[in-house]
Design a protein around this ligand. Sequence first.
Ligand code: COA
Length: 348
Amino acid sequence: MLFSPTGVSECFREWGDIEKDYQQIQDTHRLYKQKLEEVTKLQVSCTAAIERQRKKLKELSASLEECKAKHPEQKLSPEDVESIADIEVSIGERDNTFSEMEAFLPKKNGLYLTLVLGNVNVTLLNKQSKFAYKDEYEKFKLVLTVILFLFSFTCRFLFSYRALDAMFNFLLVWYYCTLTIRESILINNGSRIRGWWVFHHYVSTFLSGVMLTWPEGTLYQMFRNQFLSYCLYQSFVQFLQYYYQSGCLYRLRALGERHNMDLTVEGFQSWMWRGLTFLLPFLFFGHFWQLYNSVTLFKMFQLPECKEWQVAMCGCSYMVLYLGNFITTLGVVYQKYMKNQDNKSKSL
Ligand code: COA
């Protein structure tokens, strides 16, 4: 409990203490502002130094290329050729190091974030906040996945109202829009999310928006059950993805490091490979369902009673989603397979 003075002399003494505390607070705040200014100056000088080095490295790479091209005339010794190769490797590595440094420096937002948020700084300046933001993103996806699962189940099996379907599609539009914003912030903070997954969410926003405007009618009813069943399945797959992705995140965090480590930590690699191979059949089944949706819609488009433009639009969107998801997932799997093989051969 706080001390409450009773007599006047006690009040004066208390006031004296409060004054001293107040001075202390002012000093601490002054120091804080001074450090903030120092940090800002360091940020500016670090960013400028990286930019300068990048420019110099680019020029040096071009000069080295030129030297190599003129090799027979300039008669480079084997040592020179070897040194050039070493420098080129170091230049490649330095670029990765700079990218990791930049993840901790404020930077200008891209076009999308500038349009949505304005030019506010979204760079988180320490590892804990970055991890917390990514963790929060995964949890947000999980909560919305459960809500979307229940919603699509209700629409699919319990109530068949166009208004309820519209609410479901509106929720999807909002969800995917939010994901694109959060993912842009994550990329700004050094996440290596592939461009396709972000684009995939733009396409999904568009698709849900088109579904929202599709008027009630025979064709809508023809596609409705297939669409809702697909949404149910997608929520289920998203649930599995959550376990895989948050597992990766926590394991990497427990290992204490991020991107440069996950190439070498053997136990992590094999855990990730096992998780991925478990997930893959479900993912590919989902991709083929997208293809099936697209083919169904294109067939519907050929029917004489088809008047709605939404049929062709949704058909095209599903085709884009199928092709992009399928090709990108194959690429990710190939890359991880090669890394896994590489690690196995290193450990032998
Ligand atoms: N959405 C958002 N972020 C994703 C993502 C996705 N689909 N796939 C990967 N990422 C993120 C990872 O979390 C990681 O982020 P970080 O750098 O902040 O840690 C980064 O991208 C690099 O991930 P990567 O190592 O390339 O892949 P992964 O092992 O995390 O995931 C897959 C690989 C194949 C499991 C994942 O990409 C995936 O689930 N893809 C399928 C999505 C799909 O097809 N959905 C429709 C289903 S019907």
